[in-house]
Design a protein around this ligand. Structure first.
Ligand SMILES: [Zn+2]
Ligand SMILES: [Zn+2]
Length: 243
């Protein structure tokens, strides 16, 4: 018998997450009809982004996403969100107070997640090595440590489109601090830890096991760790609801 727990058993043990789990389930159902866009095959995409510009920030792909999301998020706002132009996005929200900021951001990125073909979201073996997502350009929201040769390698996870890519460098992906004496680790349980950067005061929530990605690589399932970090005045980066 496998010891891998299901999301349901995890939620039984973390009952306080029920409400947020229901919210995500409803959001998922609401967008269940969205089909991935017909993007070029993987090899072509790898070739395209070699210049460092993420796929969805390239005119042709950007337009395809905006056309596909225009029924739920205003075109002009979606463009700013996709271009990671937070200042302009904030301005748009302040001029349109009827829009729920958190929900609108969440809806937009849920749709983007569904529009990106699954085969384009796995970059574990590809040479990207940047601190932003190769597909949408967002900064990572989580990390995962996985066995690699004799040691372990670190992968970064995008909270927007859920692409996972490798990151060989040690140190903080937010500010570039590579002085490991200025980074400390808060081990929270056998599977989750926070890598805290003392330079920028940000933390990277890290899943340090394998097999339960379905549970632990969803930002909201470890919300309690974010609350704990908040109590320590640490800063969260990369979550779609924030900015
Ligand atoms: Zn992304
Ligand atoms: Zn930092």
């Amino acid at each position: 018998m496998s010891k891998i727990q299901t999301l349901e058993t995890y939620l039984d043990a973390h009952n306080f997450l029920r409400e947020i789990a229901d919210f995500h389930r409803e959001l998922d159902e609401q967008f269940s009809a969205i089909q991935p866009l017909n993007f070029p095959p993987r090899e072509k995409v790898l070739e395209l982004v070699k210049d460092g510009v993420p796929l969805l920030q390239r005119e042709n792909f950007l337009r395809q996403i905006l056309d596909a999301t225009k029924n739920f998020v205003p075109y002009e706002l979606a463009e700013k969100l996709l271009q990671q132009d937070n200042q302009s996005a904030e301005k748009f929200f302040s001029e349109h107070e009827d829009l729920n900021k958190t929900l609108t951001r969440k809806i937009f990125w849920t749709a983007v997640d569904k529009l990106v073909p699954a085969e384009l979201k796995r970059w574990e073996r590809d040479d990207w090595q940047k601190n932003y997502c190769p597909i949408c350009g967002r900064r990572p929201t989580m990390a995962q440590l996985k066995k690699f040769n004799d040691g372990r390698a670190r992968y970064l996870l995008c909270g927007g489109c859920h692409t996972l890519w490798n990151w060989h460098r040690l140190g903080c992906p937010y500010c570039g601090n590579e002085n490991l004496e200025r980074i400390h680790i808060l081990e929270l349980d056998s599977k989750m830890r926070l890598d805290v950067c003392e330079e920028c005061n940000c933390y990277l929530k890290t899943y340090s096991a394998e097999d339960e990605e379905n549970i632990y690589l969803r930002d909201w399932t470890t919300l309690h760790l974010d609350l704990m970090a908040e109590e320590k005045s640490l800063r969260k980066v990369g979550a779609v609801e924030l900015e």
